[in-house]
Design a protein around this ligand. Structure first.
Ligand code: ATP
Ligand code: MG
Length: 206
């Protein structure tokens, strides 16, 4: 089988929009863990963001495709956006394990996401099913993990220091809404897509 023995990273997120923080995280994880590919998985209807209006899955998917185009190791998956109902990481991880039976799979997150992992569905099961790569992110303290969950799940969570980029999708949306520049925070193609489709202009936060 083609994908036998592959090392695959899954990078889940809302990607509303995808930005350079996501891309640097994925590329550093790929390099550090010798991954053959990193698959970006835009969420369908994220359970923890049901109260917020988010951009259509197709727009978020298109932006992820544009952002990852130039990296031969990056892919984008429609698995969560094509799934009916709520998307849970545990289901996505299991689907990837079925698709790539011989592969070693990592789930890549930023520090904020890993610190919230116990609010996710079936965290214990998830930590047994897949290894995490948790990247540093400005404003979040990875060493807090040591106090909370790191000891118990030491083998499941790999910490990764990356060059800090204090960029967030929320901040990008706010900047667009207020006419502030977003150049250099995300790929040019993604900015062009945002402008062309008038995204985030009228969008309300919260
Ligand atoms: P939002 O502000 O809408 O929550 P976000 O910038 O946090 O957007 P998400 O789509 O929520 O982006 O994040 C997807 C994944 O990428 C999460 O694991 C998150 O921790 C990680 N991530 C996002 N931005 C960064 C960053 N600047 N540095 C490191 N990791 C990041
Ligand atoms: Mg986020």
């Amino acid at each position: 089988m083609e994908d036998e023995d592959q090392m695959i990273g899954i990078m889940g997120g809302t990607f509303d929009p995808i930005h350079n923080g996501h891309l640097v995280t994925a590329e550093c994880a790929r390099h550090q863990y010798d991954l053959d590919k990193v698959v970006f998985v835009p969420s369908g209807n994220p359970p923890h963001k049901t109260d917020k209006k988010i951009t259509s899955a197709e727009d978020r998917y298109s932006m992820a495709l544009l952002a990852t185009m130039s990296n031969p190791h990056f892919r984008v998956s429609r698995i969560e956006i094509d799934r009916q109902g709520l998307s849970y990481t545990i289901d996505t991880v299991r689907a990837f394990k079925e698709m790539y039976p011989g592969a070693k799979i990592y789930f890549i997150t930023g520090a904020d996401a890993i610190l919230e992992i116990f609010t996710w569905k079936a965290p214990d099961v998830l930590l047994e099913e897949v290894e995490f790569i948790a990247a540093s992110r400005p404003g979040y303290c990875l060493s807090q993990l040591g106090k909370e969950i790191y000891d118990e799940y030491r083998d499941s969570i790999n910490l990764l220091e990356i060059p800090g980029l204090a960029i967030s999708s929320t901040n990008i949306r706010t900047r667009v809404k207020h006419g502030r520049p977003i150049k250099y925070q995300l790929p040019e193609e993604v900015e062009a897509y945002i402008r062309k489709h008038n995204l985030y202009v009228y969008k309300k936060e919260e």
